[in-house]
Design a protein. Structure first.
Length: 234
């Protein structure tokens, strides 16, 4: 299954992609996470992308497309993958479609998560992330068990440099100008499901699973939420 998590920054694409990735056992590929990892490891790519990211602008296509094309041809993507934060431009979605077609594959579903810009600003200013395992929290809606600490690895949570109000406003402008046209492009070619981003993450998850024809069934041995396809595929 090839899924695209689509939506403005702050709608919860990453959190939902992680849950789906675990349930469907296919990789979650986040361009933002890949770029941030490169910035943290001070790689050449990290040095080049940092200025764009810090200013809420898109990283140029020539640094983004090749990276994702290489990643999706890895063996672990054979049964599918979930893209989060890609495609964000028409050139990216066209390139992705062409590459998949050459392999006789296609995007199965685009999950479009929606939320008002005003609510997004509130969400992003309250967002905190774990710099070690990338888990995402919110000061009001998704609090960690211990204040300021990651539930999974106990690292100190941080605020992303691009989660300040002025940068968020720029990121939303970029989303409406450059990324939103990708949605119309996808509506003409692929299955797009629209899901409202609820304040309670679990409600959004339930709605996404329902839209995809999946059903939540219980808890895994590791204690994490585990879900199974209603058609018995996972
Ligand atoms: P995200 O974590 O998805 O919000 O991405 C953080 C930042 O990484 C974005 O604001 C962009 O600067 C950059 N970025 C992530 N994905 C892309 C992409 N597909 N195209 C261009 N820039 C991207």
């Amino acid at each position: 299954m090839i899924l695209i998590m689509f939506g403005a920054p702050g709608v919860g694409k990453g959190s939902q992609a992680k849950i789906l990735s675990e349930a469907l056992r296919i990789p979650h590929i986040s361009t933002g996470d890949i770029f941030r990892e490169n910035v943290a490891n001070r790689t050449e790519l990290g040095r080049l992308v940092k200025v764009h990211m810090d200013n809420g602008l898109l990283v140029p296509d020539e640094m983004t497309i090749g990276l994702i094309m290489d990643r999706i041809y890895n063996a672990d993507c054979k049964s599918g993958f979930i893209l989060d934060g890609f495609p964000r431009t028409l050139s990216q979605v066209e390139h992705l479609g062409r590459s998949l077609k050459a392999e006789k594959r296609s995007i199965d579903t685009v999950v479009n998560i929606t939320l008002d810009d005003a609510k997004i600003i509130g969400r992003l200013t309250g967002r905190r992330v774990c710099p070690s395992c990338n888990l995402v929290y919110h000061l009001a809606y998704n609090k960690p068990h211990n204040v300021g600490r990651c539930n999974k690895c106990s690292s100190n949570l941080v605020q992303r440099v691009d989660d300040t109000e002025s940068t968020i406003v720029r990121r939303l402008q970029v989303y409406h100008a450059q990324t939103k046209p990708v949605l119309s492009y996808c509506r003409d070619r692929y299955v797009v499901v629209d899901v409202v981003s609820e304040d309670d993450i679990d409600d959004t998850t339930r709605n996404i699973f329902r839209s995809l024809g999946l059903a939540a069934i219980g808890t895994s041995d590791e204690g994490s939420q585990y879900m199974r396809l209603s058609n018995g595929c996972a």
